[in-house]
Design a protein around this ligand. Structure first.
Ligand code: PEP
Ligand code: MN
Length: 336
């Protein structure tokens, strides 16, 4: 059960509500986000919600039986749009492309990518400075100095950035240089990191775990939301299956299912999803038709020289064609 409170609810009104819920054996969790105050009631007993909904200090009450609640569409039926400022929005009918290298490598690489994105009207650049790599001997990112350079070059060009945070201790030093914090697939159930990102007022791009179910992804998002941050996007990036013909199994099915279950924007990552450059575009287009609100894709001027994930990275010419087809597909879909 979600009880939305009035911002000005008094302590007396709150304890009256908590007493009522305790009487019917409901456990309560108080949630305060950048946008609202809520009580999440967890219990089994059936009761007439009007008896609680009419108490003073309460705006709204909803029964939500799912394991995840605040991210559920049963509570919030309208799509959530994430506003990054300067007219850049994701979700609620606002399509965005996020493009850039797997890893931030050098000043020159950032500059080249920024020029390419500006020329193609792409508003968000991706790039990791902390890289989760399967091997400890692979390139692991330029760290905070790389992030500062990345952010400075992008903000000067009017481009927002999305970059991965791997641990709680990195959040504070990164904060001033990030527009969207990415939680990578490997950290999708790092609950301490999710708790901490819930206390941060910056949008979060939460990736699905390598073996994560849709419900686990939604519950991971609930961690962030219930800690205070409503600005979350969910990303389908492929899961591990028995199939060996490509890197991951991009779960297109997850997109309409997520769109039905949650009001949060859904992003598709075709690069990690299939892991093969020549198939990035077709699966990205499929993701749009399935309902994705945004695409995040790996792009590099010289993919063969990329420090990581070159095999799934488009060069600037290929990327330009893909942006164009993505946009045409979005327009086509909206006219269906
Ligand atoms: C990435 O975006 O480069 C990345 C490492 O993604 P994932 O966590 O989905 O593997
Ligand atoms: Mn990558």
């Amino acid at each position: 059960m979600i009880i939305q409170l009035e911002k000005e609810i008094t302590d007396d009104q709150l304890s009256q509500l908590e007493d009522k819920l305790a009487n019917i054996n409901y456990k309560t969790n108080q949630v305060e986000t950048q946008y609202g105050k809520y009580i999440i009631g967890i219990g089994k007993k059936a009761f007439d919600i009007r008896a609680i909904g009419t108490l003073p200090g309460i705006l709204d009450i909803h029964r939500v039986s799912d394991a995840y609640k605040l991210v559920s569409r049963k509570w919030k039926t309208q799509d959530t749009a994430i506003d990054l400022g300067d007219g850049v929005k994701i979700g609620g009918g606002n399509f965005q492309i996020m493009a850039g290298p797997c890893s931030i490598e050098s000043e020159e690489q950032i500059e080249r990518t920024v020029a390419h994105l500006v020329a193609n009207n792409v508003k968000i650049m991706r790039g990791g400075v902390y890289k989760p790599r399967s091997s400890p001997y692979s390139f692991r990112g330029l760290g905070i100095e790389g992030l500062k350079l990345f952010y400075q070059k992008c903000s000067a060009a009017g481009i927002k950035i999305v970059t991965e945070v791997m641990m709680t201790e990195q959040i504070e030093p990164m904060y001033d240089y990030v527009d969207i914090f990415q939680v990578g697939a490997r950290n999708s159930q790092n609950f301490n990191l999710l708790d901490a990102l819930g206390k941060v007022d910056k949008p979060i791009l939460l990736k699905r775990g390598i073996s994560g179910t849709i419900e686990e992804l939604l519950q991971a998002a609930e961690y962030i939301f219930s800690n205070g941050n409503e600005r979350i996007m969910l990303c389908e990036r492929g899961i591990r299956t028995y199939e060996k013909a490509y890197r991951n199994t991009l779960d297109i099915n997850a997109i309409p299912i997520l769109k039905e279950k949650t009001h949060l924007p859904v992003v598709i990552d075709p690069s990690h999803g299939i892991g093969v450059r020549r198939f990035v575009e077709p699966v990205a287009l499929a993701g749009i038709m399935a309902g994705a609100d945004a695409v995040i894709m790996e792009v590099h001027a010289y993919p063969e020289k990329a420090f990581s994930d070159g095999q799934q990275t488009l060069d600037h010419t290929e990327a330009k064609r893909t942006y164009d087809r993505l946009r045409k597909t979005v327009a086509f879909k909206s006219n269906l």
